[in-house]
Ligand binder design. Structure first.
Ligand code: OFO
Length: 183
């Protein structure tokens, strides 16, 4: 009996997304190595933690496809980007990667919507929310570096930024959780 509960098109698209998440993990890992090598151990730590988070996203896609009777395929990953020139370029690229991934998630949502596959549509809403958080987190990185002085930041402000990001929470606050007391 055929127990597959995913269309062939969605099975393929979700499997591709699993590999995209693995690639994102790859990218964060490479930026973390770059940052640590530059002496920014706190920022490196932040990026390594994020690399793990992206791998967890891949696992969610893998598990969902399996649960729906499909079978994901692990493909070769392209090489991560070249090292950034400086922290500004690193954080700008992190933001760009997140926005590109958001667009990929939206595309999956569209396919699920067109197919009226409400189970997949529901599964994907977690990722829609997650991408809001991740874009916010990436914007925060850019803002914090700007406040620290950007490419002209003093050693002292970079030291403090590195220390802060080494311990910073991994999740950004969502607007839906804001209150008057805690905007
Ligand atoms: Fe998988 O969330 Fe970032 O990209």
């Amino acid at each position: 009996m055929n127990t597959k509960r995913l269309s062939a098109a969605l099975e393929k698209a979700l499997s591709e997304q699993m590999n995209v998440e693995l690639y994102q993990s790859h990218v964060y890992l490479s930026y973390g190595i770059w940052a640590s090598d530059e002496g920014y151990d706190g920022i490196g730590n932040f990026l390594f933690r994020h690399s793990l988070e992206e791998r967890n996203h891949a696992i969610k896609f893998m598990e969902y496809i399996l649960n729906r009777g499909g079978k994901p395929t692990v493909t070769a990953l392209k090489a991560a980007d070249k090292d950034p020139k400086n922290l500004k370029e690193c954080f700008d690229r992190v933001f760009k990667h997140e926005v590109e991934n958001t667009e990929k998630i939206y595309n999956l949502v569209n396919i699920a919507f067109e197919e009226k596959d409400w189970a997949t549509w529901n599964f994907l809403q977690w990722f829609v929310k997650e991408q809001i958080e991740e874009e916010t987190l990436a914007m925060d990185l850019i803002d914090k570096l700007k406040i620290a002085g950007g490419n002209e930041a003093s050693d002292e402000s970079l030291f403090n930024l590195d220390k802060y990001l080494g311990q910073a929470p991994d999740d950004a606050e969502l607007a839906r959780d804001a209150t008057s007391e805690k905007p």
